[in-house]
Design a protein around this ligand. Structure first.
Ligand code: 1PW
Length: 214
């Protein structure tokens, strides 16, 4: 996934998300996890302050990897099979968190909400102009998505960390796909599949009334 010694090629990360979709339009867990691992590697190139953000994603990725290497691993092959299995076996705390160890469904829901943030941020970056502020675009995307699920202290810390984001063109170059114009073209091509993964997951969770699990 790394492109050179210190860079992460964001295109490869987004392509991994593209490979989440099965022929039946189900979301395959392993490429979803692999996509998230790539995103974390990318976030870590943004500087130490972003490690606060990536740390929680790392913990959640680990929970899902544990499910995928457990005796029940086949139940976690897709997001759809996971929902079916955890609902049928009453493995989720639907009211308040506590009795069970974190379910796959509540863990993926957190990553799913974060993916929306990433999607909105990259979409706004794609249509941005050279003088746009990445911090402002990132904050706007965050406020429209993940922030609604975070308590005050996390919101405050997240918004502060955005100020260390590199300027727009430098950020596009960090994506390691060539010039800023190349990066914008890559985003245009790759973002529809991220939104497809997001939409299918959102519909799945809505259908089973799981969008608010604690
Ligand atoms: C440059 C754009 C980057 C977008 C990448 C998204 C990474 C998302 C990680 C955000 C984590 C913020 C701090 C953690 C908060 C947790 O409390 C929260 N987790 C998430 C992913 O929102 C909720 O998890 P919890 O506490 O219910 O287990």
């Amino acid at each position: 996934m790394a492109n050179g010694d210190d860079g992460v090629c964001l295109k490869e990360v987004l392509v991994t998300f593209q490979s989440c979709l099965s022929d039946q339009q189900e979301i395959l867990m392993d490429p979803y996890i692999a996509g998230w691992k790539g995103l974390v590697r990318f976030l870590n190139t943004l500087g130490a302050i972003f490690s606060f953000i990536s740390k929680d994603a790392v913990a959640k990725i680990q929970i899902m990897e544990n499910y995928r290497s457990s005796e029940q691993k086949s139940q976690y092959l897709t997001l759809q099979s996971m929902v079916k299995y955890e609902l049928a076996n009453n493995l989720m705390d639907l009211k308040k968190q506590g009795n069970h160890s974190p379910s796959g469904c509540r863990t993926i829901l957190r990553l799913h909400r974060a993916l929306r943030w990433l999607q909105l941020f990259l979409e706004s970056l794609q249509v941005s102009t050279e003088d746009s502020s990445t911090a402002a675009l990132c904050a706007e995307a965050y406020n429209a998505s993940l922030a609604n699920h975070h308590p005050w202290l996390i919101r405050k810390t997240a918004l502060l960390s955005f100020y260390v984001l590199p300027a727009r063109n430098d950020f596009l170059e960090l994506m390691n796909v060539g010039t800023p114009a190349d990066a914008v073209a890559m985003l245009e091509e790759a973002l529809p599949s991220i939104s497809k993964v997001y939409d299918i997951t959102q519909a799945l969770y809505a259908q089973h009334n799981l969008l608010d699990i604690p």
